[in-house]
Design a protein around this ligand. Structure first.
Ligand code: CA
Ligand code: CA
Length: 290
């Protein structure tokens, strides 16, 4: 009896403590999910994760075809003795890290999966499937991280809800090439079927990110590299901290076009044009209303 209690309570404890419970994949299943589209041979297998009475199973099958491999993926869940078959999932992306997590700390576990579109560095995303008790169905929620995946979610403030620490993909290629683009920190929280940007609730992390950006700008200055991306990200952090005036003063005093920068209409270098673009962009991207 004691043994049984231990077996039942360990997963519950993990969920209540917010600990992720990762899938125990068979190697073939994981390979099929991640590489199925590119493999030259047929792959198939399953990946399972189970915790707190919920079990998720991903079945993957890839078959070589004329126009590349065709991959079919099926997600089934079992909760409280009931089976939810063939839950809705995207079929064109590589999937990884199937896990069961109580992301929003409401005591009910979600099925979580990371996605990758394929490509040099883009695009990353996540699917969260939540059991909707009223309709007795699983509903998927999607977040797109673009070029900057957050890695594993953490409970930053120990309130039982997970935070995803990512970076704002809107800054990629906006002021300069990708290598010189700098994205400011962006923090997301999942709650009952939606993702919310909660970056402004974590000023200490924003300040730390701002300091790192300035360090990068100082390094770039030494080598003559393009600093427009770094300065834009720094200014965004100042808006997030509620001190835009201070940010603009610092930027206006420090900004000089870099010798290595590619300057054109889309990526202006001259201070007045760069500042105008930056101001308009921060409005569009939701950093300020005025
Ligand atoms: Ca939950
Ligand atoms: Ca939290």
């Amino acid at each position: 009896m004691h043994q049984l209690l231990f077996v039942v309570w360990v997963p519950l404890f993990w969920l209540m403590a917010g600990g992720p419970l990762f899938a125990q994949p068979d190697g073939a299943g994981e390979r099929c999910l991640e590489e199925g589209r590119y493999s030259e041979t047929a792959l198939s297998g399953t990946v399972r994760a189970a915790a707190g009475g919920l079990q998720a199973t991903l079945s993957c099958r890839s078959l070589p075809g004329k126009d590349g491999n065709k991959v079919s993926v099926r997600l089934d869940a079992e909760l409280g003795g009931r089976t939810y078959a063939n839950l809705k999932l995207p079929d064109q992306e590589a999937l990884s890290n199937l896990r069961i997590e109580d992301l929003d700390g409401d005591g009910r576990a979600e099925i979580v999966l990371d996605t990758f579109s394929g490509g040099a560095h883009c695009c990353f995303g996540i699917w969260v499937l939540r059991h909707e008790a009223r309709q007795d169905t699983y509903q998927p929620t999607r977040a797109d991280w673009g070029n900057y995946p957050p890695g594993r979610a953490k409970d930053l403030d120990k309130d039982g809800r997970f935070e995803f620490v990512s970076a704002d993909n809107a800054f990629a290629y906006t002021f300069t090439d990708f290598a010189d683009s700098v994205p400011p920190i962006q923090i997301w929280q999942y709650s009952r079927g939606s993702f919310r940007n909660v970056t402004r609730n974590y000023p200490a992390l924003i300040r730390r990110a701002a300091a790192r950006i300035l360090q990068g700008v100082a390094e770039a200055k030494k080598t003559g590299r393009d600093m427009r991306g770094g300065y834009a990200a720094y200014l965004a952090t100042q808006y997030l901290l509620g001190q835009p005036t201070r940010g603009w003063q610092k930027l206006r005093a420090a900004y000089r076009p870099s010798k290595e920068a590619i300057c054109d209409k889309d990526w202006p270098c001259a201070p007045s044009a760069y500042f105008a673009k930056l101001r308009a962009f921060l409005q569009t991207a939701g950093y300020t209303k005025s």
